[in-house]
Design a protein around this ligand. Structure first.
Ligand SMILES: [Fe+2]
Length: 231
């Protein structure tokens, strides 16, 4: 039996990863990170996501010490304002509050102090890591602390990390999953994140073949098709 067969498996041409009814990763709260700049932009982004099929948009602004000056309470207040404005404008999406927690040496302690924002019936805690070559030191400690407290760790845009796409990536994925971590990937937009195309695409194809894509996000930062934070 070719145990590595899944690794070589190519997806059918034209395969993509579309948004699901719940967009689990977005930067639509205005003025708190590198996402939306103002309320008008936020409403345009939410209309765009509704048009792409989102019924629920989870607002996952950065909780990233020393980079963005956010706290769970600050995000709760900004979220309440956006939720009110969204309903008043008649945009047909439901909003939920989460956050994109940055994995640094302090994250485990912030979790222990309840400085986090979880969402959904899964009690997902979305977190991102650096994208470099080496497995982040506190990764498995953070996963353990979350699981011990009844949360489900949700690793953000797993296709981005060199340390997961490298030769040891499959084993690390298996270890993460058996420790209770779930995987979020960003949706396919144009030529970005097309399964099978390029290094990321090859990795996404492997995740698909293993049925390891748990959630999909737009990671939208701007009201543009690709939503990147540079426009
Ligand atoms: Fe993000």
């Amino acid at each position: 039996m070719d145990v590595f067969g899944w690794f070589k498996k190519r997806p059918a041409a034209g395969q993509s990863i579309p948004l699901r009814p719940r967009d689990c990763h977005s930067h639509v709260i205005p003025g708190v990170d590198d996402g939306s700049r103002d309320l008008e932009m936020s409403l345009a982004m939410l209309r765009l996501l509704a048009g792409a099929g989102a019924q629920t948009v989870v607002c996952t602004s950065h909780l990233y010490p020393a980079k963005y000056d956010n706290t769970p309470d600050r995000l709760r207040a900004a979220f309440a304002q956006l939720e009110h404005a969204t309903a008043a404008a008649g945009v047909g999406v439901t909003l939920e509050l989460g956050a994109e927690h940055f994995l640094d040496d302090g994250l485990a302690d912030r979790i222990r102090r309840d400085e986090l924002l979880a969402f959904g019936p899964e009690r997902y805690v979305l977190f991102e890591a650096h994208t470099g070559e080496h497995v982040p030191g506190p990764l498995f400690e953070v996963v353990r602390v979350l699981v011990e407290r009844g949360y489900t760790p949700l690793l953000a845009h797993v296709e981005r990390y060199h340390w997961l796409r490298g030769p040891d990536g499959d084993e690390i994925c298996e270890d993460l999953r058996s420790a209770g971590t779930r995987f979020q990937v960003n949706r396919t937009v144009g030529k970005t994140n097309v399964p099978g195309e390029g290094t990321r695409g090859q990795f996404l194809a492997r995740l698909l073949a293993r049925n390891w894509i748990d959630e999909v996000g737009s990671d939208l930062h701007r009201p543009t098709p690709d939503g990147r934070p540079f426009a």
